[in-house]
Every structure is written in C-alpha cells, then in structure tokens.
Design a protein around this ligand. Structure first.
Ligand code: G4P
Length: 520
C-alpha cells in the first residue's frame, strides 16, 4: 500500500472531460472553471477567442491558419484543496478520434447542454463512449439567461435519447428575461441570478443566497422539482446510471461555482482499472500508466513526438525506469512534463489521475501502451472507434512510395487516421477512415510538410463501418452485394463499409449468423 500522503493525493484528485456539441459553451465554461481554481498549469485547452486568451497548443501551422485548436490537452488546477485535471476534448470541426480517446483517460464526464437545443448529435456520440466505460456523467444545462426549453422536457430528453435517468441538484426559476436564479436542493436556498456585465463576467461572482421561499415563482419551481427526475443515489451516479443535473449560465458565471462545489464532492477520485492481471487499485504501490494520445512534431524546431500518459496507480517520479508492456523492455522516463508546447514544465512527480507528457524521440510509445513498475501489465486497450468518413489516398509521385508508406504508418500509429486495406489489393490502395473530416486535411498537410509526400484524397460515399465476425462463406455472400465494400483493418479483421443505416439493417436482418460491431 501507499503512504498516507499518497492516498491523500489520490483522494483529492478529480480527472474529467467536458462533452458537448459545438457552441453549447464548453470554452466559456472552461474559462469560468479556471477562474475558480487558479490555473496552475494551462495546456492550451482554451481556444483563442478575440485574442484574450491565446491557446498555447497552437503549435501546428494548420492550427494557426485556422485559428482552432486541434490537439487534445489537459488543464490542471487547484480548487478548495482538490487537484483537478480537466481534459480537453476537441469538439468543433476538429472532432476526431482523439476526442473519444481522451474519455478513456477520464474518471468522469460533464455533459454540457444548451437549454434551447437539448441533446445534440455530437453530445450523443460522446455520451455513448462514456456509457461504454460506465463513466459517471454530470449534466450542466447552460444558457438559462436565454429562452430555452422547458426543464422537465430536457430531463425527459436525457432519458429518451440517451437512456440515462437524471437527478436535478438545482432547479431554474424562470428563464430568459425572467430568469431569477436556481433553487439549490441541498442547501434549500435560492441562488439569485445577477446578470454579469462585461467586467464581472470575468471575475468570480458571489451568488446571493436567499432562504425565504415564499414568492409564488419559487413555490412553482419547488413543485416542478418534486416531479422531476429520480432521488439522489450516489451508487447509481458512480455507476453512470443517474446523472446529477445542474442549471446555470456559463457566460454570466452563474451556477458554475455551485456546480464545481457539488462536483468535487460527488465525482470519484481515481479508482481501480482493469488490466490483463486483474484490477489494479489506484492506491497500489507500483506505478502504472497508459498512453491515450500521441502527437508528433509538436515543436517544429525539435520535430519530436510526445506521448500523453494517464497515471493509473502508484507514484510517478521523473527519471524512473518502467517496463513497456508491448515491447517488453525497460524504458526510462527522463523528460516528463506537464503540458504544453512552448511552455513545457518538467515535472518531478505525478499521482493517479494526472496527465504526463513524455517526449518520445525513438517513437516507441503508441496509443494503448501500458508502462509499469514491477510486473508487466497491460491495461485494456484504447478501443478503435468506428470512423464515419472514408477516402482513397493516392500518392501523387510514385517514386515517393517509400516515404508515403512511412508517413502513413506513423500517422496511423499516432491515431491521426485509421488505415484499411482492400481485400486482395494489399497495401497499394489504402483507404483512410476518420471520425472528423478535418483529419483528412491534417493528414494530407502533415504528409507533405513532414514527409515531403504529396497525396490526393478522394472521398468515398460510405459513412458507416462495422467489424464483422462470422462464417467466411456468409461474409463472402454479403461482399457480393453492391451496397457495401469489404475491406480489412491492420490486423486483417474483416470490416465492411456501408452507405447508410438502411443497407446495414437489411444485412443484419438477413444474415443473423454474422455479428457486427462499431468498436473493436
Ligand atoms: P463551445 O466551446 O462549446 O463551442 O462554445 P463557446 O464557449 O464558444 O460558446 C458558444 C457561444 O455561446 C458563444 O457566443 C458564447 O458566448 C455563448 N454562451 C456560452 N455560455 C452562454 C450562456 O450562459 N448564455 C448565453 N446567452 N450565451 C452563452 P458567440 O457569440 O459564438 O461568441 P462570443 O462572441 O460571445 O465569444
């Protein structure tokens, strides 16, 4: 077992990610959260907006050109004695597999919803990944200062669309121009809304609490609250079956502090994770961690690769020798740093829940690799998520074939794109698959700038991919149809591309011997 000090460090850690659809207010909420915790380490998670806050992860030329942040990064801050690691999940056009992978490093997720829009497609996809991992999910319903949908309706939607029960921790009183504040269930008080002007939107805002609930609007809110959701049950929350719901307005910095206070109380600290050797407790003595993201050439001057590791157990110290599960060799962690880019800060130690950047000049760290002290262990892999956009990639200059292959392999390992082979064609005409279309451009740009290879990308009309298992004869039968294409992944597993749900559904219905899966 660890020393009391180490247990204390684990207990005070909260590692989470915000999942949302573009424009729900993730950047705004992140900024407000940082106001409450003096950000001790910032990792470019906050997107540049009218230059007030220039993101430090803007390391890639393409990011600069577009003014967006492509890289996933993490922010670390202190709040009321807690050490919070907020993982950034790219969410706009830069939505990619990284967004999904980041969730494998989180212990909880905050689902941010625009009160006027409800559950939107990207939220839904990210929610599914959280669900798969059984992550506790907190909901923050944002933009109450604007007219939105009926709160009961929104909770109903969580249940219907996402299949998760909810437990309101607060309840809005009015909305839009009539927004008066929220009733806090725990303290039995109302937090009165003050519209923040430009000046105090950027400062901590003390909520005014009133205890008297005599006004009719307050009574009405209380009555509705009685009807809404399920009672609070910590075990169901931790199992990801019940989502505590909060209401507020990130822009006005309203409800954010209330949320954060409850969140640190309820959200779990790092706990046991499943490995090939069984469960490993975060408090176990030996260090373990896994790589959930790899980024190459972060610093154009150094052309290096950085692997991002989530510490899972034990204590990480700079320069420690670890075992590399896949390569079965010793590895020295010499240059660990807290993120990011131009501002790298070498770290001396880290605890479960923390994210550590590792400089990997030899290219030996890949997504899903486990590093450990003591016995060799391997954590359950980071799953491959099914891409939704596909393209042929053609190497324009046949003499550059070798560099092309090298770039393709490396960018695949880094997780920029998935690469598939066409059956019987081999490596000659690879098919790329991505979760967000911007990845095609990044891939093309990086092949040219880093490997000197010009490629043409030709989009395919398929948008569904499924791994298939079952008798080969049956697989051959569906491959004969014209509404799909048979390909294989890098391990030679059978994969099919479909143009639409309809084509897939038909096949599922008519070929019951085959099993189709979205995730491998
Ligand atoms: P994102 O990262 O999830 O994409 O969202 P972001 O924070 O950029 O917010 C999207 C828009 O929603 C922004 O407006 C932002 O000001 C607004 N917003 C965020 N929280 C609230 C809120 O509580 N109430 C209201 N009314 N609006 C909110 P924008 O016009 O796109 O950008 P900006 O010019 O305000 O920066």
């Amino acid at each position: 077992m660890q020393s009391a000090d180490q247990i204390k460090e684990i207990t005070r850690r909260r590692t989470f990610a915000i999942i949302s659809h573009p424009d729900a207010g993730k950047t705004t909420l992140t900024e407000k959260l940082l106001l409450y915790g003096g950000a001790i380490r910032q990792a470019g998670a906050v997107r540049a907006k009218t230059n007030q806050k220039h993101t430090t992860s803007d390391w890639m030329e393409i990011e600069k050109q577009r003014g967006i942040s492509i890289s996933t990064s993490a922010l670390q801050f202190e709040y009321k004695g807690f050490r919070i690691n907020l993982l950034d999940t790219p969410g706009h056009k830069d939505f990619s597999e990284d967004t999904y992978r980041t969730l494998t490093a989180a212990d909880a997720a905050v689902m941010l919803i625009d009160a006027a829009k409800g559950v939107e497609p990207q939220t839904r996809k990210l929610f599914e990944v959280c669900r798969m991992r059984g992550l506790p999910i907190f909901t923050f319903i944002n933009k109450l200062d604007r007219n939105g949908r009926d709160p009961l309706d929104l909770l109903d939607e969580l249940e219907k669309v996402l299949g998760i029960r909810s437990c309101p921790m607060s309840w809005p009183i009015g909305m839009g121009a009539d927004f008066r504040g929220v009733y806090d269930r725990q303290s039995n008080q109302v937090l009165l809304f003050q519209k923040s002007g430009e000046a105090n939107a950027k400062t901590k805002l003390e909520s005014i609490r009133v205890s008297g609930m005599d006004e009719p609007v307050f009574q009405e809110a209380l009555e509705l609250l009685e009807l809404a959701g399920d009672p609070f049950d910590i075990n169901r929350v931790l199992a990801g079956q019940l989502s505590p719901v909060f209401f507020g307005s990130a822009m006005n910095n309203f409800g954010v502090e209330h949320f954060l206070d409850r969140f640190i109380e309820i959200a779990p600290s790092p706990s046991a994770r499943l490995s090939d050797k069984g469960k490993i407790e975060a408090s176990s003595e030996n260090f373990t961690g896994f790589i959930f993201k790899v980024q190459a050439n972060m610093n154009p001057l150094h052309r290096d690769r950085v692997a991002f590791m989530r510490v899972c157990s034990g204590k990480f110290t700079r320069g420690m020798g670890v075992k590399h599960s896949r390569l079965k060799k010793e590895f020295k962690l010499n240059k660990p740093f807290h993120l990011f880019a131009q501002e790298r800060e070498i770290i001396e130690e880290a605890f479960p829940g923390d994210i550590v950047g590792l400089i990997d000049t030899s290219g030996e760290l890949r997504i899903g690799d486990t590093l450990s002290v003591g016995a060799l262990v391997t954590y359950q892999g980071v799953p491959q998520f099914s891409p939704e956009f596909f393209a042929n990639v053609i190497c324009v200059d046949p003499l550059k074939r070798k560099q092309f292959q090298k770039g393709l392999d490396q960018l695949r390992e880094e997780g920029v794109v998935q690469v598939y082979r066409q059956k019987y064609v081999g490596d000659q005409a690879p098919i790329l698959g991505v979760v967000g279309v911007l990845q095609f451009e990044i891939f093309q740009y990086r092949l040219l700038s880093e490997y000197g290879v010009d490629v043409r990308i030709e989009r395919l009309s398929y948008n569904l991919l499924r791994w298939v298992e079952g008798p080969e004869a049956e697989i051959e039968k569906i491959a004969m149809r014209s509404d799909n294409r048979r390909i294989e992944d890098r391990d030679g597993c059978a994969v099919f591309l479909f143009e639409n749900e309809w084509a897939l559904d038909w096949i599922i219905k008519n070929h019951p011997a085959l099993k189709f899966s979205k995730i491998k």
